[in-house]
Design a protein around this ligand. Structure first.
Ligand SMILES: Cc1cc2nc3c(=O)[nH]c(=O)nc-3n(C[C@H](O)[C@H](O)[C@H](O)COP(=O)(O)OP(=O)(O)OC[C@H]3O[C@@H](n4cnc5c(N)ncnc54)[C@H](O)[C@@H]3O)c2cc1C
Length: 362
């Protein structure tokens, strides 16, 4: 029988944050992951070309939360990368979020800021009651931009068109009237200097923390004794799917080596309307590594496979509420992270929520 004060299931950012905070207080922690590595979906590693790649898709850190930033700075230094994304539309690559260049390139214009504001005003459509994500978009940028940039990308990503998604999925479309091409505008942004895996390794490097990999908690739970259990896996799986399965959008990744220094102009290029993949990521744009060749990854979205994105539809939230209620009736067992809370969290939010949970435990 393994006996720890705390058992944490999942060595992703959520589990690792809580593990470190508990260990800093002097508690013993066993952190278990079914995968053969730590760092959850932020896991990165050096591929055969010695390029630092991210196994589960591009993860760019950004936050306005100073406490989160200070906490993570204990475990890594950061480079100065500012994320930039292009979208391939009508044979042209244009910046997203939409800015002055996007419109001028797409419509072969040379609008200044004032003319651009007028353009947006002419495009947008008055909608009395915003009922879905399509309404959110066309009420801000109109039908044509919706068709070119948003409609098919959403269908590729979620398997449904924006009119079938809740308004909050695309709560607000960032529309810029200047040439700011940064994807995020948060105060703190960058990439961990030596990668996320190293950052999380440093987080878990504590005499009070033991790591157990290649182990499914649900298979060994009867062999464990604990005072507190923090579960960051799928909440429906914990309860043996007793109310039904929570749907997730899944991803498949196809990595390729390209025999030239750079493949594309930005780290990420979205393909809303062409090809089967949703986007191509090229890692060297943020690792700043000097290599004669480059690694890219094409991302495909599907309904089957490992769980990635909770599907933001009313009926799924209702189902989750049933599990949440069940979870609240348990003693000593807490649910955290994107799978435990069935919610898309950015990394900073995962750390923030994990810090909050820690404070409720202490
Ligand atoms: C494609 C993609 C891109 C993203 N890009 C960004 C981005 O650019 N910026 C950003 O801020 N956020 C991004 N995110 C969000 C980010 O991935 C999450 O916020 C974060 O990784 C969630 O951490 P977590 O610990 O909750 O979950 P995870 O990282 O998924 O960790 C959960 C861990 O629990 C383990 N586990 C589950 N069940 C069991 C079990 N029964 N037994 C043992 N172990 C178990 C899993 O193996 C996993 O390692 C992105 C997400 C995706 C899907």
């Amino acid at each position: 029988m393994l006996d720890f004060e705390n058992i944490i299931v999942g060595a992703g950012l959520a589990g690792s944050t809580i593990a470190r905070l508990l260990a800093d207080k002097g508690d013993s922690v066993l952190i278990i992951d079914q995968r053969n590595h730590i760092a959850g979906n932020t896991y990165d590693f050096f591929d055969e070309n010695e390029i630092l790649v991210q196994k589960y898709g591009p993860h760019i850190f950004h936050t306005n939360n100073e406490d989160v930033w200070i906490f993570l700075c204990r475990f890594t230094e950061w480079n100065d990368y500012k994320h930039r994304v292009l979208a391939y539309v009508d044979g042209k690559k244009v910046p997203v979020p939409i800015n002055q260049d996007t419109i001028n390139i797409l419509y072969s214009k040379s609008y200044d800021t004032e003319e651009l504001i007028e353009f947006y005003n002419n495009q947008k459509i008055d909608i009395a009651e915003i009922k879905n994500s399509r309404d959110v978009i066309v009420s801000q940028v109109g039908e044509d931009i919706y068709e070119k940039i948003f409609k098919n990308y959403t269908k590729k990503q979620w398997g449904v068109y924006p009119e079938e998604l809740e308004p909050e999925v695309i709560a607000r479309v960032p529309v810029r009237t200047n040439n700011d091409s940064r994807y995020f505008t948060d105060r703190y942004q960058g990439m961990p200097q030596e990668g996320y895996t190293r950052m999380i390794q440093n987080m878990l490097d504590h005499p009070k923390i033991k790591i157990l990999l290649n182990t499914d908690f649900l298979e060994i739970q009867n062999e464990l004794k604990f005072e507190k259990l923090i579960f960051t896996g799928c909440i429906d799986e914990f309860f043996k799917f007793k109310f039904g399965k929570l749907p997730y959008r899944c991803l498949n990744f196809k990595f390729e080596t390209v025999d030239k220094e750079f493949y594309q102009e930005a780290a990420v290029v979205n393909y809303p309307n062409d090809y089967d993949f949703t986007r191509i990521t090229e890692f060297k744009h943020w690792t700043y590594q000097k290599r004669p060749n480059t690694t890219i990854v094409k991302e495909y979205s599907s309904a089957e496979g490992d769980p990635y994105y909770p599907v933001p539809q009313k009926e799924n939230y209702k189902l989750y509420e049933k599990y949440k209620k069940e979870a609240e009736s348990l003693e000593k067992i807490y649910f955290a992270g994107r799978l435990g809370c069935y919610k898309y969290f950015n990394m900073d939010k995962v750390v923030e929520e994990s810090m909050k949970l820690f404070h409720t435990l202490y």
